[in-house]
Design a protein around this ligand. Sequence first.
Ligand code: F0G
Length: 417
Amino acid sequence: MIHLQCIACGKKYNENKIIYYCKQCGDLLEVKYNYETLKEKLKKSNWRSLPLSVWRYTPLMPIHDPSKTITLNEGGTGLHQCKRLGKLLKIKHLYVKNEGENPTGSFKDRGMTVGVTKAIELNMKIVICASTGNTAASLAAYAAKAALQCIVLIPSGKIAYGKLAQAMIYGAKVVQVKGNFDQALKIVLELSEKHKKIYLLNSINPFRIEGQKSLAYEICDQLKGKAPDKVIVPVGNAGNISAIWKGLSDFHQLNLTSNLPQMIGIQAEGAAPIAQAVKEGSNSVIPIGQPETVATAIRIGAPLSWKKAMRAIKESKGTAETVTDQEILEAQRILARHEGLFVEPASASSIAGLKKLAELGRVDADDTTVCVVTGHGLKDPDIIMQTCEKPVEIEAEIEPILEYLGLSKPLAPIAAQ
Ligand code: F0G
């Protein structure tokens, strides 16, 4: 009842065939289900009584033996109602889905729990990915848990230190490629094509997208069975926006929600081929040779899943927008200072995008708006050292500290109640 299908020519493949793109036309694949069967499976399941997590939605996942899942307790992340930030941006019902609360600190864990479980089902021994950092950290962790060998290719000098440290401590074989993410991705695609024992777990792998769609299921459940009006997502290689749209569409088709949100993709100005195409009303994406942005996680010029992302934006009557590095860093700061949420720069692009769209009057104040923030701020502390004022250094004595704090004069007596 599950199969893989090409999104362009419709050719079907057995779900157990190790294949990453259509052999007939070269396009992307997706996992297809029979919705009537899914409805029956849901009816028989106790999913509603389970805690929020990726595996609450086991009946909607392409896994056959749930007892064999490779899990680190992913998903179940907070949907934070952001009243202070909402007031600042003039959005009455603003929520932030904080994916930094996942086990390795990013949304990638949702995809990897399913992708690595599938690798085990398929009896693979080595897993590989190219990454701007988070995919590498996540794959390395799940591979460790599953006792699989892990290889990650990263663009040399262009990933945040926290992510590199994660990949290293989990025991992955880390290769720094003298090139950018797009070049590294080309190499892993070729490697996994040539060596059938190496399983590719970039988001071109349709099973990863299945795990990531749980993000949308959770948002609908957290909003008590109602989908939001707008979902704003940072876009890099374009897997996540596609996955979230798939999840929203699933819930709608399964009659678990009655509305469908608009999908809004945000890209950094120096790495924005999809936003560019959407703005120009073009149906195809022209890759950018030298992508550049402070948000290294989305420093991608040739997004592999662009077609799925464009489909999500088009079907949902959504849009895409660009934000500058300065807008990203400002959004990172205002989110932290108004809501206590510390996210990495790429994640803050969804907030920066909302701010820009709200100022342009393209988001209604009454819309229930969800910004997805994709990764934890501690992954990239270097950027904070560059953007925030450094703390002062003072002798270990009370007087100079009080003076610095402006508390050396006696405080005015507190007025009687
Ligand atoms: N936000 C963060 C924090 C990311 O790490 C990524 C992608 C994205 C957003 C964009 O998601 O690629 O699905 O559109 N990071 C990948 C990586 C490319 O290798 O970690 P996307």
